[in-house]
Design a protein. Structure first.
Length: 135
């Protein structure tokens, strides 16, 4: 008879141990995954889609981290809007008048504090390249 009680007792201990391991594993997963998922949801990508109206007022948002700053729109602007061969006039229509115009055909827009966005043109006035510069 002692064996029957020991067998039942050992079966209950194994079930209790399995439940304890499952609880510890689940708790560890929750403790790791909850902060990670919150971080991923709020992760700032550092850029925003180009918005013409926001660009016009974005010159006043001179910190790179500010939502609505021009610096945060540059990536989308370069990838989707500025294509080689568009004219200076088209760029002025898109971005407004440049903050600086250099004698060699180049426009520059201030996008953040001590940071500019330079647009180069060929002699015929067509856009060729763009770069973010620090000064």
């Amino acid at each position: 008879m002692d064996y029957a009680f020991e067998y039942a007792d050992s079966k209950q201990r194994r079930a209790a141990e399995r439940k304890r391991v499952q609880t510890i594993t689940l708790t560890a997963l929750v403790l790791v995954m909850a902060p990670t998922s919150v971080w991923l949801l709020h992760l700032d990508k550092g850029w925003e889609p180009f918005n013409k109206k926001q660009w016009e007022v974005g010159g006043s948002a001179l910190l790179e981290t500010e939502v609505g700053s021009r610096k945060r729109m540059v990536k989308d602007l370069m990838e989707r809007h500025l294509k080689p061969g568009i004219t200076r006039r088209q760029i002025r229509e898109l971005l407004g008048p440049p903050d600086f115009v250099e004698s060699n055909p180049m426009y520059e827009y201030q996008v953040a504090k001590n940071t500019g966005f330079r647009l180069a043109f060929d002699r015929a006035g067509y856009f060729t390249s763009a770069a973010v510069v620090r000064y």
